[in-house]
Design a protein around this ligand. Structure first.
Ligand SMILES: [Fe+2]
Ligand SMILES: [Fe+2]
Length: 262
């Protein structure tokens, strides 16, 4: 039985003049019937309560279960809240910044890579990474294992100034050794899909797919070098399929399908 997960990221709700999802999203969800929607951060543009209320209402209206992690834009832009209560508004809606979704066939773990003292870049807390590695390693191999976070491990296909996750080599190795099947990120607003053997000669036997999602929102509609869309993952017994959907002329179109043996 295929298990599907929809990956949305970077809504940037509340950005002035920006757009969020276009038409076709509801139809895609009805057709694909994902078990879970993972949301890869930057749910809002300025970390404000009203923006969080709107983004949560939108995401919950889609139907399937939702698990969300924050991005750098989900931190308050005001002081001292940015340091004294960095996650208060996010947690008011989502209870935790590091959710875990478990079912018979799927384990999905969210990690919080945004930090109040960093502007754009991201890092993981050591204890979060250790806990995630433990959870992954304890899970039977037939269960599909997904980790999602805001900051990317693999770079954008086109030029982006944004730096990847701090210490990404260590993080990648640790998660790979613990048996993760797919690591999904956002932040760069460009879609990319790569299997670890395509860039790492020492990757061992097990395949590991590393993706970034296009932006679900377009906070800067006039900026080039960004994409407006989403990713859909299907986990099957021997295969992981990644479908990339992009809005073109206000229509959500399948742009690419990539399959990886599991
Ligand atoms: Fe973003
Ligand atoms: Fe971001």
């Amino acid at each position: 039985m295929a298990v599907r997960v929809l990956h949305l990221s970077d809504l940037h709700l509340g950005s002035r003049g920006g757009q969020i999802a276009g038409p076709g999203l509801t139809e895609l969800i009805e057709r694909a019937s994902p078990e879970l929607i993972v949301v890869g951060g930057d749910l809002v543009n300025r970390g404000r309560r009203q923006q969080f209320e709107q983004s949560a209402a939108f995401l919950r209206s889609l139907g399937p279960a939702v698990a969300a992690v924050p991005g750098n834009h989900d931190l308050p832009y005001t002081f001292p809240a940015r340091f004294s209560h960095p996650w208060r508004e996010f947690e008011r809606q989502w209870a935790t910044t590091e959710p875990v979704h478990r079912s018979e066939h799927l384990l999905a773990i969210g990690l919080n890579s945004a930090q109040p003292w960093r502007h754009q870049s991201g890092s993981l807390r050591r204890d979060s990474l250790e806990r995630t590695a433990r959870l992954l390693a304890e899970t039977p191999p037939e269960v599909y294992r997904l980790v999602f976070l805001h900051h990317h491990l693999a770079c954008a296909p086109w030029r982006a100034r944004k730096r990847p996750l701090s210490d990404r080599r260590h993080v990648l190795r640790k998660l790979a050794e613990s048996g993760v099947d797919l690591i999904a990120s956002g932040h760069i607003h460009q879609g990319s899909v790569v299997e670890r053997h395509e860039f790492d000669v020492g990757a061992g036997i097990r395949p590991l797919v590393v993706t970034t999602a296009p932006g679900l929102g377009r906070p800067r509609p006039h900026r080039q070098r960004e994409a407006h869309g989403l990713q859909l993952y299907s986990f099957d017994e021997g295969e992981i399929t990644v479908e990339t959907y992009i809005w073109r002329e206000n229509e959500l179109r399948l742009t690419g399908t990539r399959r990886f043996p599991r």
